[in-house]
Design a protein around this ligand. Structure first.
Ligand SMILES: [Fe+2]
Length: 284
């Protein structure tokens, strides 16, 4: 693993971070969430993760194999975690970078997936993959539709299973396989994030430690007109969503995607109204 990822600080402009993403396909940004937010979020996660077993099954054997039996997952985060729903989901850092990467291709972006991935001792390196392949029917080439990220909730070291990414692979032909020296390891202090495009090859690294867990928050966003990986309407139903900030409701997909200004139309209405307005009026 000899390749390097570009590294920037939280103070870098959104445009600079986006430029690094467009050029390299992935970038490490240090200090994305501050130490206070990190500590409060970790404290909230402790009992939630304690109650989760890595020995679980998923929707089919392929996904069972992909995640393995050494990973504790938390999904439906806007329902389970107040800090996620109120602070992380609508964090200004993501708002800015998403506007740069996804803004040109939509009237508004939305959350795609938010999962805590706590990779335990013995977790093997995932298969290198592109997150955007969940939309395999989307013709290529296409503008960027996804901005993904992994936030380190503990210090990310190689032996702990820090995320592995392949710089430049967002521009590769699909059949090209990465050579070992083309892989880069996103080692970074807790509170940092590795951002990557949906088209960038990456994988969760192998955790070769004896007893440490690699706690991370995977969070990805997509253009507002695309079907999302997590079904937020069911995992965060209206009675839960109405207690969240309006911006979080919008990011969970409760906002209509209004492309009228671009000469298009609406998506996601209820009774021909914008669902966030109905939530605000207690009519949903
Ligand atoms: Fe992935």
């Amino acid at each position: 693993m000899r390749a390097e990822l570009p590294r920037l600080d939280r103070d870098a402009s959104d445009a600079r971070i986006a430029a690094a993403l467009h050029e390299h396909g992935a970038v490490v940004v240090e200090g994305v969430i501050d130490p206070d937010l990190l500590a409060r979020f970790n404290a909230e996660l402790d009992p939630l993760l304690e109650a989760v077993s890595p020995e679980r099954s998923y929707l089919n054997p392929a996904i069972d194999w992909f995640y393995g039996k050494r990973v504790r997952q938390l999904t439906g985060m806007a329902t389970k975690s107040r800090i996620f729903g109120e602070e992380l989901l609508c964090h200004p850092f993501y708002e800015g970078v998403c506007r740069e990467i996804l803004g040109p291709s939509c009237a508004g972006h939305q959350l795609n997936a938010a999962q805590v991935m706590d990779r335990g001792p013995g977790a093997e390196q995932q298969m290198l993959h592109r997150d955007e392949d969940v939309w395999v029917h989307l013709p290529r080439p296409h503008p960027e539709v996804q901005l993904a990220s992994v936030i380190a909730l503990v210090d990310f070291r190689a032996e702990l299973g820090a995320t592995v990414a392949v710089p430049g692979s967002h521009r590769w032909e699909r059949g090209r396989e990465a050579r070992p020296e083309e892989l880069a390891c996103a080692e970074m202090p807790a509170g940092s994030a590795v951002l990557y495009l949906g088209s960038t090859l990456h994988a969760g690294g192998a955790n070769t430690t004896e007893r440490e867990w690699r706690r991370a928050m995977h969070m990805s966003f997509v253009v507002g007109w695309l079907r999302t990986e997590d079904n937020h309407y069911l995992s965060t139903p209206p009675d839960v969503a109405r207690r969240l900030p309006r911006r979080s409701q919008e990011l969970l997909g409760y906002a209509a995607h209004d492309a009228l200004a671009a000469g298009g139309g609406y998506l996601g209405t209820v009774d021909l109204f914008d669902p966030v307005e109905l939530l605000a009026r207690n009519e949903l």
